[in-house]
Design a binder for this molecule. Structure first.
Ligand code: C5P
Length: 313
């Protein structure tokens, strides 16, 4: 086929813990990642030229080679020069629904969709682990976005191990449209303030990773205990972002006051999420919090946890 459309879900972090530094300048992490069914649609089409062209109606999305979706197509051209020559360039149209620079892996999931889509379009027959290895060359969250669902992510975030699926939990996502947080700034500030706590030996790192793996949140996920999952949410980057952005802290507090299962900042923020047991409850609480905060810049979405990453439509 000469064209494909793919659904690219956003992700939230149920657990994000910074364990230490790495020789490559990144951080050693242990995270529990969860896909949600708020997603972008990516259309790919062989365009008969040798160019990669990006299209998106949202003016905030860059359409040049700085976009991770462009980089993903370029990587495929470099890795597979023969099929690239046979099929020519690719037009990538992004229907953007995931908020940008939000801590929801919007850019990473678009890149993941381009890898999965070109694999199909060029009939390369790459497996999920092979696609994840390519994804890791583009960004730490790309490998998770390819397979999605519920997973524990270690290393820089690129080493993925699936956990039992969750799907019956509803997720309110809330973001101020006039607020964005730089991920490098959040991680670098964390290093400045907390590097005295970093674990540096590989034994210690493995031990901490193992503790999370056999810990209460993974148990709660296995038992699909939504109340327990909500009470165990954790994100180290809140220590950096919340003091700088009091409105984000206030948003988390507003959700907690509504008796949600739990509320947390996702990734490096500034998106906040809150977990609920039903769609009705999630929609009602989203409305109530919007009324309480009464700021036209506050946008809310209601999504559901989902059990997949990129899927062809
Ligand atoms: O991998 P990605 O390009 O998405 O990472 C964005 C930034 O987040 C990195 O440049 C780095 O500052 C920070 N980061 C980190 N350690 C990780 C992942 C991301 O320090 N494991």
């Amino acid at each position: 086929m000469q064209s494909y459309s793919l659904f690219a879900p956003a992700k939230i972090n149920l657990h994000l813990e910074i364990i230490g530094d790495r020789a490559d300048g990144y951080h050693q992490l242990v995270m529990i990642m969860q896909s949600v069914n708020l997603g972008d649609i990516i259309h790919l089409r062989a365009n008969g030229t040798d160019e990669i062209r990006l299209f998106c109606q949202n003016p905030e999305v860059p359409l040049d080679n700085s976009n991770l979706a462009y980089k993903a197509a370029y990587l495929m051209q470099q890795q597979f020069p023969k099929p690239a020559q046979n099929f020519g360039g690719v037009d990538i149209t992004i229907e953007k629904n995931i908020p940008i620079a939000a801590g929801l892996a919007g850019g990473s999931t678009n890149a993941a969709a381009v890898l999965v889509g070109i694999n199909l379009m060029w009939s390369l027959g790459l497996t999920q682990p092979e696609l994840r290895d390519l994804g890791a060359l583009l960004g730490s969250d790309v490998p998770f976005c390819i397979s999605g669902g519920t997973s524990i992510a270690t290393g820089r975030g690129e080493e993925i191990e699936p956990l039992p699926d969750l799907s019956d939990i509803w997720v309110i996502l809330a973001k101020y449209s006039n607020l964005s947080v730089s991920t490098p700034w959040a991680y670098n500030s964390y290093r400045e303030q907390y590097n005295h706590l970093y674990i540096s030996d590989s034994h210690g790192i493995n031990q901490r990773t193992h503790q999370v793996h056999s810990g209460n949140l993974v148990k709660a996920i296995s038992q699909r205990d939504s109340r327990q999952i909500g009470s165990l949410l954790y994100n180290d980057l809140e220590k950096i972002v919340l003091p700088q952005f009091p409105t984000v802290k206030a948003l988390i507090d507003a959700f907690k006051a509504k008796n949600v299962l739990g509320s947390l900042m996702s990734g490096s923020g500034p998106t906040v999420f809150a977990l609920c047991d039903s769609q009705n409850q999630a929609e009602l609480i989203a409305l109530e919090v919007k009324q309480t905060i009464n700021d036209p810049n506050l946008k809310c979405w209601v999504a559901q946890m989902c059990t997949h990453g990129i899927i062809a439509l």
